[in-house]
Design a protein around this ligand. Structure first.
Ligand SMILES: [Zn+2]
Length: 190
């Protein structure tokens, strides 16, 4: 078995206390007002101060790695469509966007319109997430600790939800395409 990286250990060590604290809070009902602030600071605020930037950093590194891989793949000058796997030749990174767009718009118009709609919704979604994070911070300062915690804990999975949702859509369109292609074996290239 692979040994977990130090970053993963720190993420776990700082991610678990806030969750455990919230669960304890719900189980116990409430904690006395005079010990609530120090406990919240120790179990939530300090871990979160470490967890959130580290989480953002790991996420950023992941995106950077994927982008690098994409660039390496781009240098081969063939892009593989996520829906039909067709190789789309192009003349470089700038061309790639246009070529990909054209391919998806003509061969997968349903997906094209769908993705456009999702992109519009994504703007609203991010605005909502930022609003939720600000609200959670506000709740903390007005001492609504449970609300504040619930807000922060909701933000974390929501950060990944949109990406997950989009990947799921891609898989669904891909599945439909494969079924369609196997139903009409003679009509596979335009
Ligand atoms: Zn395609």
């Amino acid at each position: 078995m692979r040994r977990p990286s130090p970053i993963a250990i720190v993420l776990l060590a700082t991610g678990i206390p806030p969750v455990a604290f919230t669960i304890a809070l719900f189980v116990l009902g409430s904690i006395p007002d005079n010990i609530a602030p120090p406990l919240t600071i120790a179990f939530v605020l300090i871990p979160m101060v470490v967890f959130l930037p580290l989480f953002a950093f790991v996420g950023f590194k992941d995106v950077a790695r994927r982008t690098r891989r994409q660039i390496v793949r781009t240098k081969t000058l063939v892009f593989h469509c996520p829906i039909c796997d067709a190789g789309i030749p192009h003349a470089g990174l700038r061309e790639l966007r246009r070529a990909r767009r054209e391919h998806i718009e003509t061969l997968h118009p349903e997906f094209f319109h769908h993705a456009r709609r999702i992109n519009k919704l994504a703007v609203l979604y991010w605005a909502g997430l930022i609003f939720l994070a600000i609200t959670a911070t506000f709740w903390f300062f007005v001492k609504s600790y449970v609300l504040s915690l619930a807000g922060f804990l909701a933000v974390l999975p929501l950060l990944y939800f949109l990406n997950w949702f989009f990947q799921k859509q891609v898989r669904e369109f891909r599945r439909r395409w494969t079924e369609h292609a196997s139903a009409q074996p003679l009509k596979n290239t335009p």
